[in-house]
Design a protein around this ligand. Sequence first.
Ligand code: ATP
Length: 211
Amino acid sequence: MKIGVFGGTFDPPHLGHLALCRAAQRQLGLDRLEVIPSAIPPHRDQPRAEAIDRYAMVALMLRNEDHIAPSPRELLRQGTSFTVDTLDELRQEQAGAELFLIIGGDSYDDLPNWRSAPRIPTLAHLAVIARPGADGVRALREGDLARLKTHPAKLSRGSLGVFDIAMEPCPWSATEVRRQLAAGEQDIEALDPAVLHYLRTRGLYTGGNAR
Ligand code: ATP
């Protein structure tokens, strides 16, 4: 059984996330891909929308997917949402499964700073997707894990594999979507129509600080 884990703030979820999920599911042959909104992300400003709204929007965006589903597991835990805790939890639930942690190139570049970074590649394979502006995949294409290995948070012995997921470059970001929404733009190309409808109905991302 191959299980993919794709975490993020999804503030809001956009079609770049969906394209990434589909590419990863197909290319890795995943039986199941869990898309996991972070309740309290450790590495960044806190999200604009409540976790429950971000979860609802992820669920809406994935409503027609077969092997890709939202998971509330980080909403159900107390405190900061650390990826290592999510992977430990899954390992306990699915002892025999092969786990794949799916991350954008920008997140991969930041991985050495994550909590228990050296343990992460011992719990799951890393599946990295190119993102415009991030050099994680360039490093992978060159077969160059040296940068990660020489970082203070070294990969431990017993690390699993690192996979490079191919995807058409996709320029969308939640930051840009929030900017467009705050500016009152009507057609937001990067959003699933059901997600756009939901966030309009809930009055999310209007005005104020558009970060
Ligand atoms: P923000 O602009 O608020 O930082 P985001 O668009 O990066 O948000 P996140 O929820 O932070 O969305 O991203 C979750 C994961 O999806 C991260 O690993 C990120 O690298 C990846 N990701 C998001 N957008 C893209 C994209 N257009 N192409 C490739 N990876 C992406």
